[in-house]
Design a protein around this ligand. Structure first.
Ligand code: PXP
Length: 239
């Protein structure tokens, strides 16, 4: 589970609640197999201290999503997440918009990945589902490919749905035959996830926004009851 948007809500007040570290523990107790955080250059949601605390608290696996920059490299080497996931990053984007152009920056990425792999941290690259990106991922030393499922999510329940699924199936097979771990994510929710979860050889799905959004709705009634109980108990009446 990606917990960035727990921190987005916290940063709206620059306070301490909701705490992404607490959320990560709850997610793990509920069955999440790993926790992902994207430490963005502008620190709009997750903060450095969150990553440090998560390194101590996460009982499953901590995946650090980051741009391939010198600053992030130093942090990753210091914090030692279980995996690093490389994504492109633009400050003005609302979320990661496209895959990393591994084919277009192969030499630089190979150099970036080497010290991380050397430090025992497997590196994942988030890519558009294209054969040339998979081939480049294998060449630059990535251990994992995460296929961008945003186009699938957009096409879901439209006439383009099958064509987008076919692309994921075909590119997923290329990832596996290149000897890389197959992951997928972005834009997945409880309606559109099943066909992606059924991809042959899929290892992990990374899902964030839809879980956090849904948790607000399924948790809202309890939160209202809790605060009403406090108010009415203080006023000496029934809620
Ligand atoms: N994978 C990558 C590489 C991402 O950047 C994100 C969003 O941070 C996700 C998966 C999760 O996407 P979503 O929040 O839409 O579930």
């Amino acid at each position: 589970m990606n917990i960035d948007h727990i921190a987005t809500v916290r940063q709206a007040r620059r306070g301490t609640q909701p705490d992404p570290v607490e959320a990560a523990s709850l997610a793990e107790l509920a069955g999440a197999n790993g926790i992902t955080v994207h430490l963005r250059e502008d620190r709009r949601h997750i903060q450095d201290e969150d990553v440090r605390r998560l390194r101590t608290s996460v009982r499953t696996r901590l995946n650090l999503e980051m741009a391939p920059t010198d600053e992030m490299m130093a942090l990753a080497i210091a914090i030692r997440p279980d995996t690093v996931m490389l994504v492109p990053e633009r400050r003005t984007e609302l979320t990661t918009e496209g895959g990393l152009d591994v084919a277009g920056s192969a030499a630089r990425l190979a150099e970036f990945i080497r010290p991380l792999s050397g430090a025992g941290i497997p590196v994942s690259v988030f890519i558009d589902a294209q054969a040339r990106q998979v081939e480049a991922a294998a060449k630059v030393g990535a251990a994992i490919c995460e296929l961008h499922t945003g186009p699938w999510a957009h096409a879901f329940a439209t006439p383009d749905e099958q064509a987008q699924l076919d692309i994921l199936v075909k590119t997923g097979a290329l990832v596996r035959s290149a000897g890389l771990q197959l992951n997928a994510g972005h834009g997945l929710d409880r309606h559109n996830t099943a066909p992606v979860a059924a991809l042959a050889g899929l290892h992990e799905l990374h899902i964030g926004h839809s879980i956090v959004s849904r948790s607000i709705l399924v948790g809202l009634a309890d939160a209202v009851r809790e605060i009403k109980a406090v108010i009415y108990a203080a006023a000496g009446g029934d809620s």
